[in-house]
Design a binder for this molecule. Structure first.
Ligand SMILES: C[S@@+](CC[C@H](N)C(=O)[O-])C[C@H]1O[C@@H](n2cnc3c(N)ncnc32)[C@H](O)[C@@H]1O
Length: 317
């Protein structure tokens, strides 16, 4: 079932992250290691890379790469929300660049037993960290225990599904007869409750997105991760983030805006002539997000919603 993972915006990441030979870098989302490998090649023998992933399977898959880059690559099983501790443990608190390639890899989505996809039948799991120590709730735990209101909030807020309420009501009704345990059960419910869905888009798409975000606390972790990343950048250091849906992109865009623009003046100060403002410590590397070109989307349809945003800490004056 596994099809491998194709790194998204691979050329553009290298252009805009611009890893410098001998530099100190982090790949916050190791996945299948494609971006890590390209960064390591650019760094040369004197550079080093710390790669993180919260999925223990990704760490196991990374063992081959560890052998190819001895002494240069460190791979750690942790969430990027713990980036601060990971850097201290690694012995490098300031870094020259960091990449976040959000979401899940093809390895995760194409394995029915991980429960991420409505295209296959499998346990309704969706935990990125499914190790025993993670103790986190599965999607089935949420679907079978949350109130109608809580479920509808998840579908609405995280899935941007306008029919979230209707779906939540049907779930609460169905689970009385039989608890939800599989992805196919939930996909069938979506097909029943939303018969007139958009052509070409499975009616369970947004429900699965919402549940996955809730199960993994993805938006909170993203905010924590990029806040720490920004504060860990050396002068000229770069932070690159690839997002895959509007909720992720909004967090990245707003956080970048907050640190690259002066807050607007309010009250009487807004009416006075504008004072000369001090330069800000960060700036955008590209004003607009970078998106995949037509060829990439054709070769890798999963790249179609990707957006790359890049920020840099400006050199001290
Ligand atoms: C799109 S894949 C990355 C693919 C990778 N860039 C490549 O070229 O192979 C996203 C990876 O990030 C991991 N991930 C998602 N959220 C994470 C988090 N909060 N902390 C650490 N890893 C995370 C997922 O487990 C997944 O392996």
């Amino acid at each position: 079932m596994e099809t491998g993972h194709i790194s998204v915006l691979a050329t553009e990441v290298m252009t805009y992250l611009a890893p410098k030979p001998g530099g100190v870098y982090v790949d916050a989302t190791f996945g299948a290691g494609g971006h890590s490998r390209a960064i390591l090649d650019a760094l040369g023998k004197n550079g080093k890379l710390l790669a993180l992933d919260r999925d223990p399977d990704a760490i196991v898959r990374g063992e081959k790469l560890l052998k190819l880059y001895p002494g240069q690559l460190t791979i750690k099983h942790t969430s990027f929300q713990n980036l601060g501790d990971a850097l201290i443990e690694w012995g490098e608190e300031q870094i020259d660049g960091i990449l976040f390639d959000l979401g899940i890899s093809s390895y995760q989505i194409d394995q029915p037993e991980r429960g991420f996809s409505f295209r296959f039948d499998g346990p309704l799991d969706m935990r990125m960290d499914h190790s025993l120590s993670s103790n986190s709730k599965t999607a089935a735990d949420l679907v079978n225990s949350m109130s109608e209101r809580e479920l509808s909030d998840i579908f609405f807020k995280y899935g941007e599904e306008s029919r979230g309420r209707k779906i939540a009501r049907a779930i609460v009704c169905d689970r009385e007869k039989k608890p939800f345990t599989t992805t196919a059960q939930l996909a069938r419910l979506a097909q029943r409750v939303i018969p007139n869905h958009k052509k070409g888009i499975h009616p369970a798409t947004k429900i699965f997105q919402g549940l996955r975000i809730a199960v993994n606390g993805e938006l909170d972790q993203l905010q924590k991760g990029i806040d720490i990343a920004i504060n860990s950048l050396n002068h000229n250091g770069r932070l690159a983030v690839i997002s895959f849906h509007s909720l992720e992109d909004r967090i990245v865009k707003q956080t970048f805006k907050k640190v690259t623009t002066h807050p607007p003046l309010t009250g009487p100060a807004a009416l006075l002539p504008q004072p000369k403002l001090p330069p800000l410590p960060f700036s955008l590397v590209c004003k607009k997000p970078i998106i995949p070109n037509r060829d990439e989307i054709q070769q890798n349809p999963r790249s179609r919603s990707a957006k790359l945003r890049v920020l840099t800490r400006v050199p001290s004056s």
